[in-house]
Design a protein around this ligand. Sequence first.
Ligand code: FAD
Ligand code: FES
Length: 296
Amino acid sequence: MAVATQPVHDASDLYVPRPVRVLEVREEIAPDPAAGTRRMVTLSLERGDLDYLPGQFLQVTAFGGGEVPISISSPGGMPGALYLTIRDNGVVSGMLVAAKAGDVVGVRGPFGNHFDLDAHRGRDLFFVGGGCGLAPLRGLYWEALLRRSDFGRIVLLHGSRCPGEMLYGWQWPDYERQGVEIHLSADRADDCWAREEHPPRCVGLITKLFDQAGIVPERASAFLCGPPIMIENGGRELVERIGLAPERVLGTLERHMKCGVGKCGHCVVVDRYVCIDGPVFSYEELAALGRIEPAW
Ligand SMILES: Cc1cc2nc3c(=O)[nH]c(=O)nc-3n(C[C@H](O)[C@H](O)[C@H](O)COP(=O)(O)OP(=O)(O)OC[C@H]3O[C@@H](n4cnc5c(N)ncnc54)[C@H](O)[C@@H]3O)c2cc1C
Ligand code: FES
């Protein structure tokens, strides 16, 4: 099993958020109430001496609002800053998305297990990001790019409800220059989407991209994040139809969380704590848990 686990935390200051400054805010997706599109931003936060691994998350406090779990979407060891891409999903995330450079937010963590890239050395890597689910995968594929010669093909499959909700489009030209293959899907197309051919795209569910991505199952590993139904159906297709080994299909789950450290029980799925046994699980483990229920 290619999933690394973390010990249960027991430090006395475990529940005390540490104040960090917002260095920069990048607008990723503009809100469009008519289309039901929520605003998404990337906050660049001062990193200090905080070390983390791809797939881990922070409990992030908007002071006066509350705390929410957010994945770190930059590679570990990046000097100076770390990135969080946050969607305006409700009260606390809405306050975080409204943050300005110079504001202070709180962080606890990093928490959870992580993706173990070393276990996939020499393989083709397929990153399957549904909607804002691309954010938790970004630190991982960024890290793979920093170690480009360790891997075969690096393929990004990104799908969203409509073209306006694609994430990190401004980075695609740079990724492609580094040899990343990009394939896109939109549940609903618009005129502009249909007129363009690059990156290669389709109209339909993200799983439709599996056939055009040229996956050779014997040498592929896949990393999935998105709505539970996408992880469930995508994982099943990759294993049962395309033929990937179940331990080489990894998904990262979202659940309601409070403590983030295995104490409160809010994140339990069957007999696993998503905050400490996950959030990264192999398809093998997910299949053993049964249906991947939505977080809410
Ligand atoms: C490990 C992990 C990593 C995550 N990484 C990211 C990330 O990188 N970027 C990002 O934008 N979001 C991420 N989320 C989801 C984020 O935590 C929720 O959107 C946030 O908690 C919503 O809280 P709120 O107070 O803003 O909304 P509320 O007002 O509490 O709720 C608004 C809506 O969001 C739903 N919701 C509440 N908590 C969660 C949750 N934990 N997961 C999913 N939906 C929830 C509610 O049911 C409701 O429908 C992650 C969640 C987990 C568990
Ligand atoms: S969030 Fe409290 S046990 Fe997981």
